[in-house]
Design a protein around this ligand. Structure first.
Ligand SMILES: *Cc1c(COP(=O)(O)O)cnc(C)c1O
Length: 263
């Protein structure tokens, strides 16, 4: 059992490491958003972060995503009923879907999702575009790009990104907010610097091209193992799980499909 406060301590430590990395990279720390990845978190840990005022949560597995989002809704609802709170609890939580999204899951995921980080095919984009939703605004997405060139990883090849964005140009229900990329899992975070730099270059190229608008401004990269390098390379969204919530403890094995094999 993680003791009370441990999550908060780790959370603060991650935040200050992000700030230091931003300064090293010459960026304003306020411009960098931390998405807390709940894959190995308990609902108690999620609530602890919300009580600290944290709003952005990410999840890669559909069942966990739906379950946590519902539990967090209940939690916020109960707080609202208690009347004005101490002021720290956010009114709303922003859920980020960061995992591989199967087309038949789109309809379940979209209604509560603020940002889909993982659009990696035209067919998925078409499914999102066609999804019957009570939309107040377009669905915001990132294009997941496989800058490392590793085989068996999700994400489209850098050379194919322009074409995909072009094909999505007429999809009025989708707004492309930027890119997401993942680095290979290696011991030394420095080894992934070149991957992040390539992602950054591609991001800048697209940003300054006339294919994208002003709203193309998110570069999501960096996880527990490498978020500092990612921030130094210009990430403005990092997705951090383990460094906040601790390593996967005795969680029951998940049977979700994943191409990452931690052998
Ligand atoms: C699990 C996951 C993360 C967070 O990984 P940690 O190493 O636990 O920080 C970030 N992004 C994606 C896409 C993930 O699946």
């Amino acid at each position: 059992m993680p003791s009370q406060g441990q999550t908060a301590d780790r959370y603060r430590a991650v935040q200050s490491r992000i700030q230091d990395a931003a300064v090293r990279g010459g960026y304003s720390p306020e411009g960098i958003h931390l998405v807390a990845v709940t894959k190995n978190a308990s609902i108690a840990q999620v609530r602890e972060l919300i009580e600290l005022g944290h709003m952005d949560f990410g999840e890669s597995r559909m069942q966990h995503y739906l379950q946590f989002a519902a539990q967090v809704d209940d939690f916020l609802e109960r707080h609202r009923e208690l009347g004005p709170t101490e002021g720290r609890i956010p009114q709303n939580i922003r859920w980020h879907f960061i995992g591989h999204l199967q087309r038949n899951k789109v309809k379940r995921i979209l209604p509560m999702t603020r940002l889909v980080h993982s659009v990696d095919s035209l067919r998925l984009a078409e499914e999102i575009q066609a999804c019957p939703l009570q939309r107040e605004s377009a669905t915001e997405v990132l294009i997941q790009v496989n800058t490392s060139g590793e085989r068996g990883k999700y994400g489209i090849a850098p050379a194919a990104v322009t074409h995909l964005i072009d094909q999505m140009d007429t999809m009025m229900n989708i707004r492309i907010r930027g890119l997401m990329s993942m680095a290979p899992q290696v011991e030394d975070p420095e080894a992934v610097r070149s991957v992040f730099q390539r992602s950054r270059e591609l991001f800048e190229e697209l940003k300054s091209s006339d294919m994208t608008g002003d709203e193309f401004d998110i570069l999501s990269m960096g996880m527990s193992n490498d978020f500092e390098v990612a921030v130094e390379c210009g990430a403005n969204v990092v997705r951090v799980g383990t460094a906040i919530f601790g390593p996967p403890a005795e969680q029951e094995e998940e049977t979700s499909t994943s191409t990452t094999s931690d052998a």
